[in-house]
Design a protein around this ligand. Structure first.
Ligand code: GLY
Ligand code: MN
Ligand code: MN
Length: 448
């Protein structure tokens, strides 16, 4: 990543985040925004910590993901202040001194013990909107206990859907890293590796350990691809290996990528043809990621596209329209088309009606859709249609009124392959959608 580019883009990002904070504080009637980075979580009846996860409200300001015990303080009109914990500790690695394209924009105070933050925080905690988890409260007296005022959090989360150019650059880099992993993963799949081996090769190529990735890798061979969030990592490859689905992202400075690819072991197989049909549908659906489009309608359009694929492959005996109408398409595509992505792989406020509250309902019969807002410029949304052969759902279909709408022999032919998902991350603009994912694959050909 070009650091000069990030240095050039960051001031505008900080200005946007600051303006949003000004407005959020005004809405909530507070004078200061105070955001703890979070603390380690100790496992129950044990002395081990869970992997530390930074407070997303903190990394919205600074690209720091491994700094528990630090605090951000923003007061409208003043430079933001970073209270930076750099403990004197010989048991654990200590964070480096603060540096990077962002550092010059903050008043930075280094503290050596978590409690020292108290002297650096605003004097009157009751005038502060403190965003975080309860255990971030300072010390034995619970000072600066997060209050998470709904008016403040609701405003910030709603507007976080609109990414700044800096954030899009960060997500491009997260994508680039992830694609290195996807290329390595495909190579290990082709060489006969196990799910666990593929996962390790992915982490190695991305340069991130499992706890640093934005979500747990989904690495599925054969029927395992029919488990939507299959994260078990078989230690031995199955025999024969027929198919491979990998849903894996990467982190860059707290921003996520979320990418899925599906492969057939046999390039001449009908499953390969089915992958290509889903891929074509996916790219067609991407053209609907345009400002002004109601995402619920885009999701329903994806159902129709996938039902057309099912029809073309002789799986459906009824029309694609009827399959969507009756819910039969949902037996094969039982999740949402996509979700906002950014600081969190599943970004917040997907159902928010406005920055003052309200909820946009999901369409009836589509309980897993995570985004119901109308698409607007700056949103980054995944596009992840899929077709799966899931025993549980197929059994329900077989027992129901629509059992005769599908060809069970065709379904049985595809069951051993599990399923297909193809997922890209798309930026909605004033004009054509920008696909963050496909150019990154084009820039890193498999034979490179
Ligand atoms: N990786 C989880 C998802 O695609 O939503
Ligand atoms: Mn996704
Ligand atoms: Mn995914």
């Amino acid at each position: 990543m070009n650091l000069q580019e990030l240095s050039a883009l960051y001031p505008e990002h900080l200005a946007t985040v600051s303006q949003r904070a000004d407005q959020a504080l005004a809405r909530g009637g507070f004078d200061h925004l105070v955001v703890p980075s979070g603390t380690a979580h100790v496992q129950v009846f044990d002395d081990r910590d869970y992997p530390y996860a930074v407070n997303p409200q903190f990394k919205a300001w600074v690209p720091l993901t491994r700094n528990p015990g630090s605090w951000l303080v923003y007061t409208p009109g003043a430079r933001p202040k970073l209270i930076y914990l750099q403990p004197l500790d010989y048991w654990h690695a200590v964070p480096d001194a603060p540096s990077g394209w962002w550092a010059e924009h903050f008043d930075i105070v280094v503290i050596r013990k978590p409690g020292e933050a108290l002297e650096q925080l605003p004097k009157n905690a009751s005038r502060c909107a403190i965003l975080g988890e309860p255990q971030s409260a300072l010390g034995d007296y619970g000072a600066f206990k997060p209050n998470n005022p709904p008016a403040v959090v609701g405003y910030l989360e709603y507007h976080r859907a609109y990414k700044t150019p800096y954030e899009i650059a960060m997500m491009r880099e997260a994508t680039r890293r992830s694609v290195r992993g996807h290329r390595a993963a495909e190579r290990v799949f082709r060489a006969g590796g196990s799910e666990f081996g593929i996962h390790l090769a992915y982490c190695q190529a991305v340069g991130q350990d499992a706890s640093e990735l934005p979500y747990g890798n989904i690495v599925a061979l054969n029927e395992h691809s029919a488990v939507l969030h299959y994260t078990d990592f078989g230690r031995l490859p199955p025999a024969p290996v027929r198919s491979f689905l990998i849903d894996a992202g990467a982190d860059f400075g707290g921003y996520a990528s979320d990418i899925t690819r599906t492969y057939a072991a046999d390039a001449g197989s009908e499953f390969q043809a089915l992958i290509e049909a889903v891929d074509k549908a996916q790219q067609d659906i991407a053209q609907r990621y345009r400002a002004g489009h109601d995402y619920r309608q885009v999701h329903l359009y994806a159902h129709l596209s996938l039902a057309c694929v099912l029809k073309d492959f002789g799986i459906l005996k009824i029309s694609p329209e009827a399959a969507v109408e009756t819910g039969v398409s949902g037996s094969f595509f039982p999740h949402g088309l996509g979700h906002g992505i950014g600081l969190q792989v599943h970004d917040v406020a997907g159902f928010a009606q406005s920055d003052q509250g309200g909820t946009i309902a999901k369409p009836d019969g589509h309980p897993y859709l995570r985004l119901t807002r109308t698409l607007e410029p700056g949103m980054v949304v995944t596009n992840e249609p899929g077709l799966y052969f899931i025993d549980l759902l197929l059994e329900e279909l077989k027992q129901g009124a629509h059992a005769g709408d599908v060809d069970w022999n065709r379904i049985d032919a595809f069951r051993p392959y599990g399923g297909i998902r193809i997922e890209d991350d798309i930026v909605v603009t004033e004009g054509d959608p920008i696909n963050l994912t496909r150019p990154a694959f084009a820039d890193l050909p498999q034979d490179a």
